[in-house]
Design a protein around this ligand. Structure first.
Ligand code: MRU
Length: 373
């Protein structure tokens, strides 16, 4: 999408120097646009773990490029040692963040492409590069299609409201910054905006890391989409007063039975939406489905991050970013990164193949090749 009129993706190979991977370092947004160069698999792992790049689709795409860097840095090894080294790097990348399934999916896709490539190192490096590019391009294209399918939801509400702005609530950042381009929850919003359907987005700030206030608000603003940032506790009140037409969020892992893990606080919005008869959609590409798990609440691993993300907050003051403590100095804090919204609270899943119910039947009708014999 565009930043000050220039098109960016969130991850790419450096022009004229294809041994360097570049990302937007999201820790600096919305205050500064900083591009970071990654040269090694270790730097890639740190970028994922420390959330220079974050969001399910993006960490998958970046892990694909990380596998290519792993192949490059293993190029001098004797052939017999090459794949074992790659497998160790793969294990390391998978360990960097546990909840988003896209990460492991991308690493395994690259690993299997390298295992199946010709038995020489340069063929394996080439296929790793090719696979990284394919994963990124596919992520972008799938998000664009999610936008086309989700547009129908917005267009229908807009018709019902005789063209009055459609009020959409979203949580965290499932925008283009969380993917390679377009985003998932935001893709239908961008598609509606392009078609001149009036929309307005309520942006949950999304404590503790404030991806809504910092990232979603920034990207909607860059694109000119009307939006308002709200404190995380506001959604229920807005829903009770007819100020939300529908809710749409992204997801980090969705069981094929329809339970969706997303940023902490999503479940509470789904409960409030149910109580107020407001549609609650989850948008995801197929790389976010978990085809094995059947019980999201009990099976999806929920990342716990450092307590300081809760205890401290960052903001802009005068001409630089400052970090201040919010809590009493010695109060402990807990930081659960995600929660799981059970399928019964979800109106529908918006995927690159269309919209389906949040159920095994709905999902497998769209993805029949995943039916087990
Ligand atoms: O911890 P993050 O920022 O990597 O969290 C992932 C998310 O961005 C959200 O949960 C998002 O809504 C999922 S869509 C990629």
């Amino acid at each position: 999408m565009n930043v000050q009129g220039k098109h960016y993706r969130t991850v790419w190979l450096k022009e004229d120097d294809h041994i360097i991977v570049q990302i937007i370092d999201q820790r600096h947004l919305p205050f500064e646009l900083v591009i970071e160069d990654l040269h090694t698999v270790a730097e890639t792992g740190t970028a994922i773990k420390e959330m220079h790049a974050r969001g399910a689709g993006l960490i998958g795409a970046l892990a694909g490029y990380g596998m290519y860097l792993a192949a490059l840095q293993s190029a001098q090894l004797p052939f017999a040692e090459f794949m074992p080294a790659i497998e160790a790097h793969a294990k390391y990348l998978i360990s960097t963040r546990p909840t988003a399934v896209n990460l492991e999916w991308a690493v395994r896709r690259s690993l299997s492409a390298m295992q199946n490539a010709d038995a020489n190192i340069s063929a394996k490096i080439n296929i790793a590069k090719q696979t990284a590019i394919e994963i990124a391009d596919e992520d972008s294209e799938f998000c664009r299609r999610i936008g086309e399918h989700g547009l129908e939801i917005i267009a229908e509400i807009s018709r019902r409201k005789n063209g009055a702005p459609v009020n959409i609530l979203t949580h965290c950042n499932a925008g283009w910054l969380a993917f390679v381009d377009y985003g998932t929850a935001t893709a239908p919003i961008y598609a509606a905006f392009e078609k001149k359907i009036p929309v307005h987005v309520w942006v949950d700030e999304t404590r503790p890391r404030n991806q809504g206030a910092r990232l979603t608000a920034w990207e909607l603003g860059q694109h000119g989409v009307p939006h308002t940032v709200i404190a995380d506790n506001t959604g229920g009140h807005l829903m009770q007063h007819g100020m939300v037409d529908f809710v749409i969020t992204g997801a980090d892992r969705v069981t094929y039975t329809g339970d969706a893990a997303n940023k902490i606080g999503t479940y509470l919005k789904a409960l409030a939406a149910k109580d107020n008869n407001i549609p609650f959609y989850v948008a995801l590409p197929s790389s976010t489905f978990d085809w094995e798990m059947t019980d999201g609440v009990n099976q999806i691993p929920v990342e716990e991050r450092g307590a300081d993300e809760v205890r401290f907050i960052e903001g802009w003051e005068s001409d630089s970013v400052h970090k201040v403590r919010l809590t009493p100095e010695h109060s402990p804090a807990a930081n659960y990164g995600f929660d799981v919204t059970p399928s019964r609270l979800i109106t529908g899943l918006v995927t690159e193949r269309g919209i389906c119910t949040a159920s095994a039947e709905g999902v497998l009708n769209l993805y029949p090749e995943k039916r087990k014999a």
